[in-house]
Design a binder for this molecule. Sequence first.
Ligand SMILES: NC(=O)c1ccc[n+]([C@@H]2O[C@H](COP(=O)([O-])OP(=O)(O)OC[C@H]3O[C@@H](n4cnc5c(N)ncnc54)[C@H](O)[C@@H]3O)[C@@H](O)[C@H]2O)c1
Length: 255
Amino acid sequence: MSTSLFDLSGRTALVTGSSRGLGRGIAEGMAKAGARLVINGTDPARVEAAVKEMRAAGLSAEGSAFDVTDEAAIVGAFESFDRAGIAIDILVNNAGIQRRKPLVEFTTEEWRKVIETNLTSAFVIGREAAKRMIARGRGKIINIGSLGSELARATVGPYTAAKGGIKTLTRSMAVEWAASGIQANAIGPGYMATDMNQALIQNPDFNSWLMSRIPSKRWGRPDELVGAAIFLASSASDYVNGQIVYVDGGMLAAM
Ligand SMILES: NC(=O)c1ccc[n+]([C@@H]2O[C@H](COP(=O)([O-])OP(=O)(O)OC[C@H]3O[C@@H](n4cnc5c(N)ncnc54)[C@H](O)[C@@H]3O)[C@@H](O)[C@H]2O)c1
């Protein structure tokens, strides 16, 4: 990358849920901008495979497999980073799950699972990262929101609640940690073609509804979050804090 404002050389980024999908796209994009990447997921074999593929492409990557809902594992991972001298300069809270059914049919256990995976994890991992960033006087946190951070759609109630929480958690992080040199912002992806959306991609009715609503008239690609992610991870955004940047083909702007 030629523009030093966006250069991530010398910085280490942890992207949760980055063995595939949007997290993988963000991780590869940040690595191409010079960052050393820590790839995360629950399955150690998948994490290792992603690390190998990235290294084969000449990118700097290592793996840290843990479940983002397992607090002890998160604390343990950060302690192992400390022992290995790995300072997480950039944290992307990306891991997430989707569950679709009418709100009246959701069990409380299913609700909690979605909230813990998509929202509580960002608090716990953000807290562990921020303790160390505060001590160093700098850091970048990027939380992955959604159009659901602003709007509801039937059948995804717990996800919408979690993503609304991501928007306001991001503001809390920004407000509490800005004076310590930390910028906390969020990215709100629109409809992106990943595994999470396979059922929707294969549903002709959903597709025709989406194409009638979305100004760009197409699904987004995982690599299309990279520009926003590099901006929010780099010096280019040093006075940007508490914001959510939507990368949605114009969806939120449309009537
Ligand atoms: N795809 C979209 O259209 C879209 C739109 C808006 C927001 N998002 C958000 O982007 C993020 C990534 O979504 P995606 O589309 O790439 O989904 P995906 O299902 O392809 O990938 C999700 C990743 O998170 C990981 N993950 C899930 N639970 C985990 C856990 N407990 N611990 C560790 N890792 C875990 C998965 O292994 C996977 O690598 C999510 O937060 C999602 O809500 C996606």
